[in-house]
Design a protein. Structure first.
Length: 350
């Protein structure tokens, strides 16, 4: 029985990963720790909350005492660190929150794992720490080219800078202590359970409520979109087969402009749900400070070494995602009736 410590498991990608792993493997145990901030939602895990192989602990990864206790009381084999503050706009307003959660929290986890796994001759076998990072640490691309694992880090926001800092600390633990680690850097994820401050669920929710659809600047910023289940499969492969100390980029070669995303959602909802929804709802708002123009991931390394490539095209994934939100209106109502509403009002002056 292998034991996984999943941090931030009540969030978007973390909760999808937990469900993916419990569905795939019979011989694992998962301990999920989450601080349950506004973006952490245990409803994401309602379907497995009574699973005997799953245990939830509410804890802050910056809390040394709580994290040490978890490692002492459990024989942790793998740490998969999803826990992070991740919204760029919020990082511009409150950078210190991001530094604490993303940098100091990572150090706390690394130290607890190191202290537990260290032996006189190195580290125990079959242990590994996986840091879940982002393509935003690389900065911005021009019209051509892609981010590879050797692209220099050049983050432009407090959020991406805090993630780059955490990546470098994880790498330092490998270089200094020979700690077994991997770092994964993914492109923009989308799919079920994504908190509606992010572009796709925000636009879906606003369309369904006939609200304005805020688009930064000219809407031509380009992102590489990755369906979350494909991402979960890639992380699993890195856990099982990734070479110790290596970074793996995870991307879908599904580049789309923001305005294309918005219009795709409008078109589907207009055709299938409500024909009064039109492009007239689009409202171009002042561009975000330091807004990177284009991200694009080259996933050649993970494909070559681990045999992974995305299964879901954007055209398939976006329809699956819209349908999920349509079928889970109760979930959307629950997460949008709390702190998010206040955040939304402040962000877009509603």
């Amino acid at each position: 029985m292998e034991t996984y410590l999943i941090t931030g498991g009540a969030g978007f990608i973390g909760s999808n990963f937990i469900q993916y792993m419990l569905k795939k493997y019979q011989n694992i145990k998962i301990i999920n720790i989450d601080k349950l901030t506004y973006a952490g939602n245990l409803e994401n895990l309602k379907s497995i909350e009574n699973n005997e192989k799953y245990n939830f602990i509410q804890a802050d990864i910056c809390d040394k005492t709580a994290i040490s206790k978890i490692f002492i009381e459990n024989d942790i084999d793998y740490v998969v660190n999803f826990a992070a503050e991740s919204h760029v706009d919020r990082s511009i307003k409150e950078p210190e929150v991001f530094v604490k959660a993303n940098v100091l929290g990572t150090v706390t986890l690394l130290n607890a794992a190191k202290d537990t796994w260290k032996t006189e001759n190195g580290f125990k076998e079959y242990k590994k720490y996986i840091q879940i990072s982002t393509d935003e640490v690389y900065g911005s691309l021009g019209e051509t080219g892609y981010f590879t694992e050797t692209t220099p880090l050049d983050p432009h926001s407090p959020y991406s800078s805090s993630k780059a800092s955490a990546d470098l600390i994880v790498k330092a633990y490998y270089d200094t202590y020979k700690m077994p680690i991997n770092i994964t850097r993914c492109s923009n994820n989308y799919g079920p359970y994504q908190f509606p401050e992010k572009l796709i669920p925000l636009i879906i929710n606003n369309c369904l409520n006939n609200k304005e659809l805020p688009v930064y600047g000219d809407g031509l910023n380009i992102r590489d979109w990755l369906y979350v289940e494909d991402h979960c499969e890639a992380i699993d492969l890195v856990v099982q087969k990734g070479r110790i100390g290596e970074v793996y980029n995870i991307g879908g070669h599904n580049e789309r402009t923001n305005i294309h995303i918005v219009k795709t959602i409008i078109d589907y909802i207009k055709e299938n749900i409500d024909d009064i929804i039109t492009y007239d709802l689009i409202k171009h708002v002042e561009d975000r400070k330091g807004h990177d123009r284009r991200y694009g991931i080259d996933p050649t390394k993970i494909k070559k070494e681990l045999g992974w490539e995305p299964k879901t095209t954007f055209e398939e994934g976006i329809i699956k995602t819209i349908k999920w939100y349509l079928e889970n209106g109760k979930w959307m109502n629950n997460v949008t009736n709390g702190e998010y509403q206040e955040y939304y009002k402040k962000m877009y002056n509603k």
